[in-house]
Design a protein around this ligand. Structure first.
Ligand SMILES: C[S@@+](CC[C@H](N)C(=O)[O-])C[C@H]1O[C@@H](n2cnc3c(N)ncnc32)[C@H](O)[C@@H]1O
Ligand SMILES: *[C@@H]1O[C@H](CO)[C@@H](O)[C@H](O)[C@H]1NC(C)=O
Ligand SMILES: *[C@@H]1O[C@H](CO)[C@@H](O)[C@H](O)[C@H]1NC(C)=O
Length: 323
């Protein structure tokens, strides 16, 4: 073996420590920490151009004592705090009948976004209705709405409103008074118009929010569906701060681990005790099954049971975990 092919010193030490470390890894907590740490490191190294990366590695190697000892591993649980959502939440949840008025007041200056919608200058750009979703009519929606009888539903990831409007249909059928908040930046994703050329763009601003609102108007659902056109992170954080909670929360936005992890952790904080959080794409392959890894890790860390319903994952907090 040539000199430069030899494992670095700290790796040799690593092997010497192998026995005791292996023992430690059998613990779930150590596994969880490793998964999270590998994401941080992956994220850090991914986000920098090569030159900066070299500098970063140098800094890291200067900062990090090379031989990781069992002592260091034993202290890693504190590192988990970096992955927790800690934004301040209201101590007093709003009653359901104040949820829409609060959003209208805080997000829309007290004026419904549907007032005089669509404005004349947009009319020719919108279709009377244009709906397309993915797994948006699954039986899971009816199953869960029947189980929870929600007063408030929050949907994270709405697009053109297929699943939201399907939920309106279900709640109408069950004669429920349900209010649905749709949190989405309504920007789609970069390049989404390759498949949705008919969604118009004006000076770089895609009319996804407007076409969604037109769909809501078409289905006479303006009284029960309200868009919250912001990013999932900032939106969920404010809901928490304003005391907005939901009985049922659906997650259907990004399919990578980091997105799904953030959405689930933030959304869980505003789930009413005994409520249900569920989401699409449990079996989707994207990001090495990123959604499933995030859901599984979250359930494991919080001692919750996962159920599946066709393409969806479901966590029902009213059910005790069955081991
Ligand atoms: C799959 S669509 C939601 C579909 C909707 N729930 C339905 O079934 O009709 C995902 C939505 O999440 C939003 N989104 C935000 N961040 C995203 C991300 N990183 N990847 C994909 N979608 C994202 C997009 O604007 C898009 O409207
Ligand atoms: C809601 O139900 C009506 C009547 O059954 C149907 O025509 C419509 O397509 C449904 N809407 C959605 C968005 O599922
Ligand atoms: C919406 O309401 C109008 C007026 O009541 C009615 O004519 C129309 O059929 C309704 N549309 C749907 C999709 O339910």
């Amino acid at each position: 073996m040539k000199e430069d092919q030899r494992p670095p010193l700290h790796l040799q030490n690593h092997q010497r420590n192998k026995l005791s470390i292996t023992k430690l890894f059998t613990h779930t907590s150590a596994y969880v920490i490793l998964v999270l740490l590998s994401y941080t490191l992956g994220y850090v190294s991914h986000s920098y151009p090569p030159q900066q990366q070299q500098r970063l590695q140098l800094q890291l190697s200067q900062l990090t004592p090379p031989p990781p000892s069992v002592f260091q591993f034993a202290n890693l649980p504190t590192q988990l705090d970096n992955f927790r959502v800690t934004a301040h939440c209201s101590n007093s949840p709003l009653p359901p009948n104040l949820v829409f008025p609060t959003i209208l007041d805080r997000v829309f200056n007290g004026c419904s976004p549907y007032t005089n919608f669509p404005p004349p200058h947009l009319r020719s750009f919108l279709k009377q209705k244009r709906i397309k979703g993915w797994g948006s009519y699954g039986a899971v929606f009816e199953h869960l709405i029947k189980r929870v009888k929600p007063r408030v539903i929050i949907e994270v990831g709405t697009f053109l409103g297929a699943s939201a409007l399907h939920m309106v249909n279900v709640t109408r059928k069950l004669s429920l008074q349900t209010q649905i908040l749709c949190l989405d930046d309504f920007r789609g994703w970069p390049g989404f118009r390759d498949r949705f050329k008919d969604i118009k763009m004006i000076n770089g601003d895609v009319l996804l929010l407007q076409q969604f609102m037109q769909n809501v108007v078409y289905f006479n659902a303006t009284g029960s569906v309200l868009p919250v056109p912001f990013s999932r992170g900032s939106g969920l954080e404010k809901f928490c701060k304003w005391g907005i909670t939901a009985d049922l929360i659906e997650i259907d936005a990004g399919h990578d681990f980091i997105s799904a992890w953030g959405d689930i952790n933030r959304a869980f904080r505003i789930l009413r005790p005994g409520g249900i959080i569920f989401g699409h794409d449990y079996f989707t392959a994207a990001d090495n099954r990123g959604v499933r890894r995030a859901v599984n890790l979250f359930a494991q860390m919080n001692n919750l049971r996962i159920q599946t319903d066709d393409q969806h994952w479901v966590i029902d907090t009213a059910l005790a975990k069955q081991i």
